[in-house]
Write a protein that binds this ligand. Structure first.
Ligand code: RP5
Length: 182
């Protein structure tokens, strides 16, 4: 059985998303060891009610799957791809080379070089093939950037993002008050 005939891109965690809807964001990662960094992106998309898919695509270990995923992404209805990888992190850049969709890269901190290797691998894309790179291990910001990207065509997401920012501000100001009372 050709594994590519399977429903490869179905969410690993459907309860975190809206698997019954057309996914708009594809979250991919090089290894299941990246999952703890990428799940916060899924949680943000869930919070904003943005349907997504989530799966493993390794640039180095599953190169054919990478090509198929990236080449089919736009035709399958995805609008944004979030790609996380560690080490020699080619995944986001290679995906960006094979699709015209916006790609957000998440550098994953590995065991040896504190994630700086991943950061440099992802952020230093040559001219012509951009990858919007977030901070090391910051899946949350990748999710938020995906929502902001989608909001260009979905004005309701602008309002939802403004509410999110307001909630952050309220949280911090609450802590200011708490500290003042100590
Ligand atoms: C990369 O290699 C993955 O993105 C992961 O961050 C790193 C280590 O992978 P494992 O050896 O944990 O599978 O491809």
């Amino acid at each position: 059985h050709d594994p590519r005939e399977l429903d490869l891109y179905a969410p690993l965690f459907p309860e975190r998303g809206f698997s019954h809807k057309q996914p708009l964001v594809g979250i991919i990662m090089g290894s299941d060891s990246d999952l703890h960094v990428m799940l916060p992106a899924a949680d943000i998309l869930t919070r904003f009610k943005v349907p997504f898919e989530l799966t493993i695509v390794s640039a180095h270990r599953t190169p054919d799957r990478l090509v198929e995923y990236a080449r089919s992404a736009s035709a399958r209805g995805l609008k944004v791809i979030i790609a996380g990888a560690g080490g020699a992190a080619h995944l986001p850049g290679m995906v960006a080379a094979m699709t015209a969709l916006p790609v957000i890269g998440v550098p994953v901190k590995g065991s040896s070089l504190d994630g700086v290797d991943s950061l440099h691998s992802i952020v230093q894309m040559p001219r012509g093939i951009p990858v919007a790179t977030v901070a090391i291990n910051n899946g949350t910001n990748a999710g938020l950037l995906a929502v902001r990207t989608l909001s260009a065509g979905q004005p309701e997401l602008v309002g939802a993002m403004e509410e999110y920012l307001q909630a952050l501000e309220t949280e911090v100001l609450g802590k200011v008050d708490e500290i003042a009372e100590v």
